[in-house]
Design a protein around this ligand. Structure first.
Ligand SMILES: [Zn+2]
Ligand SMILES: [Zn+2]
Length: 85
């Protein structure tokens, strides 16, 4: 298990499925595409539409391309989740 990245901040979260542990599977809230209070990832940084994420469950770090501009939906969901805090 990796330690949490020093950039990990609970104030910056993103709702993206973890490709490693997929702990969101079977969750009704996540299935509806809502900002689940249990299944979220640390948003370490973003470069344009590319997000760097860390899963708090398994500490997996990966990059997620949101294709911001092609389709705004995933990005808007992430941002609205951030705003809601
Ligand atoms: Zn995970
Ligand atoms: Zn969930």
């Amino acid at each position: 298990m990796l330690p949490l990245d020093p950039q990990a901040d609970i104030g910056r979260r993103a709702w993206v499925a973890c490709p490693n542990c997929a702990d969101q599977q079977g969750c009704a809230t996540c299935g509806q595409g809502r900002t689940c209070s249990e299944h979220w990832r640390y948003l370490l940084s973003n470069v344009g539409s590319l997000l760097h994420l860390q899963c708090p469950s398994c500490t997996h770090i990966w990059a997620h391309e949101t294709h911001f501009g092609a389709t705004r939906t995933p990005w808007e969901r992430i941002i609205s989740g951030l705003r809601r805090r």
